[in-house]
Design a protein around this ligand. Sequence first.
Ligand code: 6MZ
Length: 362
Amino acid sequence: MEEWWKTMPKIELHAHLNGSIRDSTLLELARELGDKGTIVFSDFEQVILKHDRSLVEVFKLFDLIHLITTDHKTVTKITKEVVEDFAAENVVYLELRTTPKRNDSKGMSKESYMQAVVEGLRAVNNVDVDFAHKLDAEAIENSHPANDRNSESRRKKICVRLLLSIDRRESTEAAMETVKLALQMKDLGVVGIDLSGNPVIGEWQTFLPALKFAKEQGLSVTLHSGEVPNSEEVHAMLDFLPGRIGHACYFEEDHWRKLKSFKIPVEICLTSNIRTETIPSLDVHHFADLYNSEHPVSLCTDDMGVFSTSLSHEYRLAASAYGLGMKEMHTLARDAINFIFAGNDAKEELKEIFASVSKELK
Ligand code: 6MZ
């Protein structure tokens, strides 16, 4: 039973790259910088190993993480590891989001940051990564000829798509730069835009022009919404009709009504919401109401490194908190296919994967 959560195919739609780094890698990177005298290692060690964090502390931690992860080589390494970790627990489709960062002291532009991410996808070698279009699929096939359809030794495969995040600290111009970069990188698996960052910072109006432009240009958009009370912003976000929203913790009656009538899918991050105390306990979490009213929802990790979780653990948690069986969990995982941001080819492939498991469950 324990193993089932790990072996069942899963779809991850809300994972931040720098929040998903292994503790061991963070400590290794911090130690290297400590040895160079750039940081005081013991200060970092304490923060990295602390597990209960308020929302405010989480954003302080991100600032620390960003201090030790912003050079190209490191961005490539963490991307590779994060994809390998998701694949190891049978995530078959991953939408990985990250904030393109400029760092002049490292000669890094938003574009070169994203190139380093793509290098990370290419560097994965214990599982096949389908992250772009036909070209990459062909390259995979040629580099692993044992992968033919009849082969017993068929390798594991994960389909990865990228979302570029706009940080709420950014200006309209910086947000627009990110959207233009996303458009430029469409052939490298970028399918959409995310708005995230510290929810007490920034105004919706600042990001709106870039988000509107993204939508007009055919990019999908997901928004972090209602992580702190902000009724007006939640209304404006729902009226924008994003492809999905994340969290939805501080929603009021009229927000729920609107969300449900617009049928906007919600990315649910149980552990993250409990750890940051945006929801007091699982028994009052909005997952239950949304699930029971058949509103589209998907279980996600948010930041599996920062919150010491995994997607398998999120499924196990939901099953025990809400009394869902294997079949219901499988259906929940499968139905996320309907609101992934990748195109029809990826959807069809995922349907086949889930259908083959459905047969076994009958
Ligand atoms: C809002 C979050 C977040 O982009 O550097 N991020 N934004 N709410 C959350 N819930 C707790 N968790 C992560 O990954 C880290 C960045 O993702 C956003 C924050 O902007 C954080 O700095 P990347 O790869």
